[in-house]
Design a protein around this ligand. Structure first.
Ligand SMILES: C[S@@+](CC[C@H](N)C(=O)[O-])C[C@H]1O[C@@H](n2cnc3c(N)ncnc32)[C@H](O)[C@@H]1O
Length: 219
């Protein structure tokens, strides 16, 4: 039987109460991934963009490294942002409830950008265009650090993308509509997408289970 897909924001809103427990305990590499990702955020970071920030699990580690950074967080689900704000109202945070796809983050505005466990719902084209916007929004010398569920093999990536197309077609979901389904790319494909978006370098720096961190640099 085909899985019934849920709208992206409704999917996360419906799971809010068990969300953090699930991320920290049930997904291999995620709890350690937050700690690892924070190590790649430069200590001197003053302006940070967090895409798909959710309830702010990655920020808990990042604030240990850069407690006074100005953080702009963007997420589709207002209830996730409300939870984040309740935890970090003493911090310098600006939260935007919107899709990061097509969002104008400005030019050369951020020292660093991060995302954790959110990009594995996107197509290659959506990612390339979003990564171009992130590249544009970073200052020269800026870094984008992505922690995400990445596929082990091309076969796994192809199979999940094909399955997503099949389920979306069966539910008449139009292209561009945001529904929850995991379509992870391999780290190798991720690196190609970062380079195509303009980043000078992109390197896989850590992996545990399927949780993988890539650092992309703008020179
Ligand atoms: C698995 S959660 C990760 C949240 C947080 N980064 C963490 O690691 O706990 C994925 C988040 O991405 C958000 N998201 C998914 N697609 C999005 C989009 N197109 N624009 C903004 N946020 C999005 C969801 O609402 C959700 O809060």
């Amino acid at each position: 039987m085909l899985e019934k897909l849920e709208r992206m924001d409704a999917f996360f809103a419906a799971r809010l109460d068990e969300y953090e427990e699930h991320m920290l305990r049930n997904t291999e590499g995620v709890a350690e991934g937050y700690v690892e990702l924070a190590k790649y955020v430069p200590k001197k970071t003053q302006t940070l963009l967090d895409l798909g920030c959710g309830t702010g699990l990655e920020l808990e580690e990042i604030f240990k490294v850069c407690p006074r950074a100005h953080v702009t967080g963007i997420d589709l689900a207002q209830v996730m942002l409300d939870r984040l704000y309740a935890k970090h109202s003493d911090k310098r945070i600006h939260l935007i409830c919107a899709s990061y796809l097509g969002y104008d983050f400005g030019a050369e505005a951020y020292d660093a950008a991060v995302s954790f466990e959110t990009m594995h719902h996107l197509s290659h084209d959506e990612k390339r265009s979003l990564y171009r916007n992130i590249f544009h929004a970073l200052k020269r010398g800026g870094k984008y650090i992505e922690g995400d569920y990445m596929a082990k093999t091309q076969e796994e990536e192809d199979r999940l993308f094909a399955e997503n197309r099949r389920i979306r077609a069966s539910q008449n979901i139009a292209d561009g509509e945001l529904y929850h389904y995991d379509t992870p790319c391999t780290a190798e494909n991720q690196i190609k997408l970062f380079l195509q978006a303009g980043f000078a370098r992109a390197e896989k720096v850590w992996r545990k289970g399927a949780t993988t961190i890539i650092v992309a640099e703008k020179l």
